[in-house]
Structure formats: structure tokens, C-alpha cells
Ligand binder design. Structure first.
Ligand code: TMP
Length: 212
């Protein structure tokens, strides 16, 4: 019988290590002969590419006076939701149907954590209403101060959300979003542990949950 597909998302503050852990997970599952595919949000599609430019501060809105203005944060919330819906319909759902475990580096819970800083919670939920729910949300728990020092160590330019005050609020919203999930749909890992330990904990849970 063909194995049922699954959908796992990795979440955390900027600097929490979601990209590293998503790659490690996909890699090991593939080596075990399990069909697993990696994806991420913002995606590399048309809306995701625009979002990346806005995050880097390369695209601004324009004020009525003709001056550049910050791109509106609620409009950005809509872009994240549009990118997600396209991601669901063109990638996540078709691959799940084919029996793949889809691993997404960030997804819905990023919007619940980040966009609720500038828009109401219920509205962010509403605009994401057609997004397929993950089977498992893995949250990499890293203190905002630690996450920020990792970002500083990276040396690259900062994106618009990468400052300590904002990340502290994002952490609170992540906890609110995680509290709403049933235990079988979430795994909270100490993201400050060595990356191999974090990886082992995630892998063990994934193998248990998906009976592989
Ligand atoms: P990344 O650098 O981890 O790839 O993520 C890009 C940034 O976008 C990061 O600051 C988190 C943010 N983000 C949101 O604000 N909302 C979302 O829905 C997603 C997917 C990412």
C-alpha cells in the first residue's frame, strides 16, 4: 500500500535554526528511503520573491506626497497569505497526494506570530483560512537574545523584523499560537541545544508520528 503523505512545518524566531533543521530532516529521511521534500516560505514563487525584497527593504510603498513610505504591514500580511495559498495548491497538496512528506521551513504559524504584531489575530486567521493545516508543527525554542546574537554573528544585512523588541513580541505570539494546537500536532524543542541533538529529537518524533 502506498504510504500516506504528511506535512511538517518548522517554526521559530529569526536565527532559531529552522532552515538548518528542515534541511537536515529532509536529507536523513531521503537517505532512509522515505519520500520527503523540502520547501519554504516565503516561497521562490512570484509573491514570495516580492516578499523577500520587501523584507530586505528594497521595495517601499509610496506616500501621497510622492515620498517613499514603508510597505504597509497589513498589505504584507496579505502577501504572505497569498504566497501560502499558492504554495498549498501548487506544491503542498499535490505532493502530499503523491505520498510525500512535505517539510516547510516556516508556514502558517509564522504569520500568526509575526503579522499579528500589526494586524488583529482573527483577521490573520481569516486571510489564511484556506491554508491546509500541518500534521506537525516543530517549534525551535530559542530565547530572543540568543536568536539576535546569532543574526548579528551572520554579518549579513538585517531584514525588517530582525530586532530584539520585535522578536520578543513574536515569541509571545508563537506561544499563543502553539497553545491552540493539540499535543499530537506540535513538538517544542530546545533550539539552543547542539544542532545534532535538536535534529535527533525531531527525527524521532517524525518517525513515530508517521509510522516510518
Ligand atoms: P526566513 O528569513 O526565516 O526565511 O524568513 C523570512 C522572514 O519572514 C522572517 O523574519 C519571518 C518572516 N515571515 C513572516 O513574517 N510571516 C510569514 O508568514 C512567513 C512565512 C515569514
Amino acid at each position: 500500500m502506498k504510504a500516506m503523505g504528511g506535512f511538517i512545518t518548522l517554526e521559530g524566531l529569526d536565527g532559531a535554526g529552522t532552515t538548518t533543521q528542515a534541511r537536515m530532516l529532509q536529507n536523513v529521511l531521503e537517505h532512509m528511503g522515505i519520500n520527503a521534500v523540502l520547501s519554504s516560505e516565503p516561497t521562490s514563487g512570484p509573491v514570495g520573491s516580492l516578499i523577500r525584497q520587501i523584507l530586505a527593504g528594497r521595495v517601499n510603498g509610496r506616500h501621497a506626497t510622492g515620498m517613499d513610505a514603508m510597505f504597509d504591514r497589513k498589505a504584507l500580511a496579505l502577501l504572505f497569505a497569498a504566497d501560502r495559498l499558492d504554495h498549498c495548491e501548487t506544491f503542498i497538496k499535490p505532493l502530499q497526494k503523491q505520498g510525500f512528506i512535505v517539510i516547510s521551513d516556516r508556514y502558517l504559524h509564522s504569520s500568526l506570530a509575526y503579522q499579528t504584531q500589526d494586524a488583529e489575530w482573527d483577521w490573520v486567521v481569516t486571510i489564511n483560512k484556506y491554508a491546509v493545516q500541518p500534521d506537525l508543527v516543530v517549534f525551535l525554542d530559542v530565547a530572543p537574545e540568543v536568536a539576535m546574537s546569532r543574526i548579528e554573528g551572520r554579518g549579513a544585512g538585517r531584514e525588517i523584523f530582525e530586532n530584539l523588541g520585535f522578536q520578543q513580541h513574536v515569541m509571545d505570539a508563537y506561544h499563543k499560537a502553539l497553545d491552540l494546537l493539540a499535543d499530537e500536532n506540535k513538538l517544542i524543542v530546545n533550539g539552543e541545544a547542539p544542532k545534532e541533538d535538536v535534529h535527533s529529537e525531531i527525527l524521532q518524533r517524525v518517525l513515530e508520528q508517521f509510522n516510518r
